[in-house]
Design a binder for this molecule. Sequence first.
Ligand code: NAD
Length: 430
Amino acid sequence: MKLSIIGSGYVGTTIAACFADLGHDVVNVDIDEDVVATLNAGQSPIHEPGLDELVERHAGDRLRATTDYDAVLDTDATFLALSTPSDDDGHIDLSVMEAATKSLGATLAEKDGSHLVVTKSTVIPTTTEEVIAPLLEEHSGKTEGEGFDVGMNPEFLREGSAVDDFLDPDKVVLGSRTDRGAETLREIFDPLLERAPEAALVETGIREAEMIKYANNAFLAAKISLANDLANVCKEYGVDSYEVLDAIGLDSRIGAEFLAAGVGWGGSCFPKDVAAIVAAARDAGYDPAMLEAAVEVNDRQPVRMLDILRERVDPDGARVAVLGLAFKPGTDDVRNSRAIPLVDALRDAGADVVGYDPVATANFREKFPDIDYADSAADALAGADAALVVTDWDEFAALDDEFDAMADPVVVDGRRIVTRRDGIVYESLV
Ligand code: NAD
């Protein structure tokens, strides 16, 4: 099939390259000329394992990019893969989606035959039916269900394993409200379901598809927060939280995944998605107590980490190495990374901060241009008074002699990955 993807960020680029690999003809439309030029040069604009190879393989053939929305006219369906951030009070900010939808609608005015518009972005239930579809009608002059159909296909890929997650998903959720929309969606995903026969297919309504994405993320975020809450209790009683969490994970009703306690969740999705569904619930008159508590526990973890540091080292005037700036290993994404509140608090406390990350330094530098950055963990540790381990990159688990370059090695481990040994004052957050 011929597909257009509006937005070529983490999700848009990944799904475009994967759809091309599945045999579809794909065009990415993005307003960022650099992103478009990079893709057309056969490179991925984002760091994601396996993505460079896919882009290189298909660029100039089944995959291309443009800034021109007219490219949509030659396609059967368009996916909206645009950012949906939360505003200051947590509500979803639909301004990027709305701007792109207006451009898409105006373009579809010229389209002969029907077209399917699929919301790929994470949006609050009713958004596709009550915001996207009316905007498309207004700007295309066509009627939903006649001139075009709308659908919703939430994305569950994780940064750091986006390609594998997309091509080998646990489930594919297809939301539609017309038979034609449902059929076109199924046709688009048939090659994926053939390649990944274990994947469950969930065909549902549009607002259910929208809510499944929030429920999925909220559940995972709350699972980590509950693990952290229990781990904090463990610490108060001198109980090894990892032994406890590993043991409860053996109960199939609980499951072992997402039970690692630590400095908490971040990234481009969990914080804003939990905030948005909490805000939407409150708007509807419901207080989602569990989700509010999940956020509160998460906000506390970096504060607890600094409290532990303070018991050993006064941050005022101390040189503190922050190891790990990405929100998780395997990505250069620093959005809502736990390093952000930690670096903010360290600087407020008068610390001299040096950051290190294997791939995320450039992105972190945009947020914090004034701290020092090291080219290796060893360089960051040299001469530091304390080290905070914030992201569980494998290379931090292998650190050993490098700690000897610290004056009096004090390590506060937010991910329980550093190997304890003589000569290091080791404190685990949980
Ligand atoms: P992103 O910010 O990385 O990418 C958005 C892209 O849209 C950018 O390249 C930007 O230049 C482009 N853009 C902005 N305005 C445009 C316009 N008017 N026309 C065309 N292009 C435009 O976003 P993302 O991380 O890919 O997230 C997209 C959506 O997918 C969000 O709703 C997010 O919640 C959801 N999601 C993200 C992930 C993830 O891991 N990042 C996972 C699942 C779902």
